[in-house]
Ligand binder design. Structure first.
Ligand code: ZN
Length: 299
């Protein structure tokens, strides 16, 4: 009997040790998985390079079609439901991409324009040279950050997130065109009331400085700037100076929906032929991506 009891104790101890080791491995794995799913600036940079390889994403172009197919594939791989919204605004056909994930009651929208501008009319050689904007920062960077966020975001249970890529943001002041056509159409046909809309535009340049954009909803802007400050990014999300701009957040604001525009308004290669891949940095996109990731996961 005694021998049997001892055997039982030894067996129990062994079982406990094995269980503890197993649990430890599980916990370590889950920690490692969480770490793996942090925003990766290099992946965002690769997303810019992929878009640049399509060529300028001018409204209605094959390059745009290629981008939409590629972006939909990326998003679906990350578990998002994707639809293309076809419409027309001010006589221009347009395609917005809408990706949805989550089942919570709070609707959050992350948005960016994916088109690039038809004419580089701020180029030093304009109008002697009439060429499209390559759109590495102005177009590709916002999309790149959103696709990387789509890969890494853990969506809170009480949230639903939509990632929306807008067509025809960037042709204002060109004959027969206007700004923000895709987002205007989107808001006119919006089904649901977002709690917050975060728009990204020109968020990838090496010398990234994001001034407070004063048309943006104040509480939302201050919330994000405060978090960026806590994360040590006060030099990028600066509080010194402010600007206002018409961008894809504007139609939401006009509809009474809280929205913020995160944009490097003073990007020196804005609407020039020099807005190429060489202007963009993985580190800049990582800063913006990690702030949005943290803001959303803590929502
Ligand atoms: Zn632009």
């Amino acid at each position: 009997m005694r021998g049997n009891n001892r055997k039982q104790v030894v067996f129990l101890v062994l079982a406990c040790v094995i269980f503890a080791i197993g649990a430890g491995i599980l916990i370590l794995n889950s920690l490692r998985n969480t770490d793996e799913k942090t925003f990766d600036g290099q992946a965002a940079y690769a997303n810019v390079a992929a878009q640049m390889a399509f060529g300028p994403r001018l409204p209605g172009s094959q390059a745009q079609t290629a981008l939409l197919v590629w972006a939909a594939e990326q998003l679906e791989k990350s578990g998002w439901d994707v639809v293309i919204q076809n419409g027309s605004q001010e006589g221009h056909g347009l395609r917005n991409l809408i990706a949805r994930k989550g089942i919570g009651k709070n609707l959050i929208l992350l948005t960016a324009h994916y088109d690039s501008r038809l004419v580089a009319d701020r180029d030093p050689d304009y109008p002697a040279v009439i060429a499209p904007v390559p759109g590495a920062n102005d177009g590709a960077s916002g999309v790149a950050v959103l696709l990387e966020l789509a890969r890494v975001l853990d969506i809170p249970t009480d949230c639903t997130v939509w990632i929306v890529l807008f067509d025809i943001e960037d042709n204002g002041r060109l004959e027969g065109w206007n700004w923000i056509l895709g987002s205007t159409y989107f808001v006119q046909h919006l089904d649901g009331i977002p709690q917050a809309v975060i728009n990204l535009d020109m968020v990838g340049d090496k010398d990234l400085v994001i001034l407070p954009e004063t048309n943006s909803t104040r509480w939302l802007r201050e919330d994000i700037w405060k978090l960026a400050d806590e994360m040590g990014y006060a030099e990028v999300f600066t509080s010194e100076g402010e600007k206002s701009i018409l961008d894809d957040h504007t139609p939401f604001l006009l509809a009474g929906i809280p929205a913020v525009d995160i944009i490097d308004i003073e990007y020196p290669y804005y609407h020039t032929r020099a807005d190429g891949l060489e202007q963009v940095s993985a580190e800049s996109m990582a800063i913006v991506g990690r702030v949005i990731e943290r803001w959303l996961e803590d929502y």
